[in-house]
Design a binder for this molecule. Sequence first.
Ligand code: ADP
Ligand code: ADP
Ligand code: MG
Length: 671
Amino acid sequence: MFKKILIANRGEIACRVIKTARKMGIQTVAVYSDADRNALHVEMADEAVHIGDSPAAKSYLIIDRIIKACKQTKAEAVHPGYGFLSENKEFQKALAKEKIVFIGPDAKAIEAMGDKITSKKLADKAGVSTVPGFMGVIKDTAHAKKIAAEVGFPVMLKASAGGGGKGMRIARNASEVQEGFERSTSEAKSSFGDDRVFIEKYIEQPRHIEIQVLADRHGNTIYLGERECSIQRRHQKVIEEAPSPFIDAKTRKAMGEQAVALAKAVDYVSAGTVEFIVDAKKNFYFLEMNTRLQVEHPVTELVTGLDLVELMIRVAAGEKLPLKQAGVKLNGWALESRIYAEDPYRNFLPSTGRLVRYIPPVEGKHVRVDTGVQQGGEISVFYDPMIAKLCTWAKDRKAATAQMRAALDAYYIRGVSHNIPFLASVMSKKRFEDGRLSTNFIAEEYPDGFSEADLPAQEPTTLIAVAALVHDAYARRVAKISGQIPGHGRIMPDTWTVVVKHNGKKDEYPVWIAPKQDESDGIGGGTAKVGKKTVQVKSDWTFGAPLFIGEVNGKPITIQIDREPVGYRVFHDGAQLDLDVYTARQAELARLMLHKPPPDLTKFLLSPMPGLLVSVAAKEGQEIKAGETLAIVEAMKMENVLKAERDGVVKKVYETNGASLAVDQMILEFE
Ligand code: ADP
Ligand code: ADP
Ligand code: MG
């Protein structure tokens, strides 16, 4: 076995590989860029080597620097994680030349599968069913229109070198083919430096279901069941699970055997994933093979009990797989939620900044957190804004979902926006509960984007009662201050007025409480009456604790509670509620406070995200019709077209092509 390995990656996956290496008694070397100087993976590794500037192209993607770091630290093998150099055949070859082991497949398999057109042809030859379409390069727009008509609408235009859901467009008619072809080609060129695009049939109501394969150098290739990754936004996975609620044993076996056949056709070694698209009739078609560890591999680990990173390392060291196909057993149900630093209320725009407070849920039998950040760390603009992967396991899907909801409630993140409200909303949907998934799930369940209305219905009584009890505890502590003038001590009321502030509206609730008296450092709980409802609360919450973990009317509950300069901000089930707790007199005075309405920004086109202004299509004085393109902003390798929401005349254009934009920066103004 290796004595020392280097991890050519960052973030959660670097941390995850280090954990397994440590368990195996292998020393670890981390590499890092300027921006990652203080990153968690650097802290966790035995050694760390600085490899360059913050942009990945100037550090994590430079093959020579990684090789130099290996030589310098005498690392015998490299784990590439996912993304970066993981599917780069030049990297594999360069390592081989230096006799450093690549913990992954050989260059030949990476090359064959790295290109979507080539791999599709290969799969077809290996007897794997592929999506009907044209397996060649599209020459120009006219060619694209001709092929699309032959394949039959709707079609999918795809960059052959694509990945991460980029360079892909659906077209439902000839004019969409035109726009889609241009966009896909330009995106493919800027993201992958390769503008080849091909066309295949768009499978309606598709599910994304993939098979994990594992192979050693002794001719053993097995599959470890499937993962369903249908909950996607813009073709990028958000929630994954294993097994799939849709797949029966027969389909699983058929998909597994085709995946194994494909792996064998390219002499595959190590862990890999064969992705399929599955239609409503359980017909499945090959999409692509990812020749690396997949982001969502933890759900497979949770249901098989295997450590995929350990097996990758063992296989790379020449060991035989410790199990045969018959030895693969699936146990229970696992879910994964990708926690991203993005603002779900603003069309999921990436949010960067410092994690001012960061407390992931406690791990255990039911909860696994793969994270690459810690409190005080930064989510930078340079890399993927994923904060963590939150996985839950339970005996069945329903229980795993309940565990996920509880774990999301306990995930405490401050300083950057995150998608937990959105994830909580998905978990609460009836359609999710029923397992009626498709890659259109998000588009269909959130036709107008995500908003507060999509959150699970809240019973505010519980949150109001908890806020009143917490406030009462604070007030009691203040009332106990020493040196008070006798006879002038504070008199504690037994009824508080809780004001719920929401969308500029204020609702007042008188709350009568009877707290447990014997607690000095927090609350033990108590009884609260909100209107006609009586709530019994139990908790060992202490002063200042960010999480209120307890029971309300006998049901376990976790609420995040922030004490604000005035009032409280509580979070539960994805919702945020601002509450003020007043005495009767304070409430009376608060009613007299003036309200300042927010300024009207509807006349401005603001950049919805930080990015590059590729072009401004509108000119000063121009008349614009709703739906017309105003500007194109590039961010996260995606070109975002900003269209007019209604008719109007452009008064002033503030920015020119090539400008670098901050979020909310004014691009132009209407009359
Ligand atoms: P998975 O199928 O494991 O979910 P993805 O296809 O989403 O993997 O990609 C995994 C990671 O690698 C993501 O962070 C994605 O942004 C990144 N990635 C994948 N392919 C590319 C590529 N060709 N260029 C840049 N980033 C990529
Ligand atoms: P990437 O390399 O970016 O991961 P994939 O080929 O794996 O690209 O496709 C990503 C996602 O796009 C799939 O999970 C699926 O949701 C959707 N998709 C791809 N091809 C098709 C198709 N032919 N029909 C319907 N959906 C598709
Ligand atoms: Mg894919």
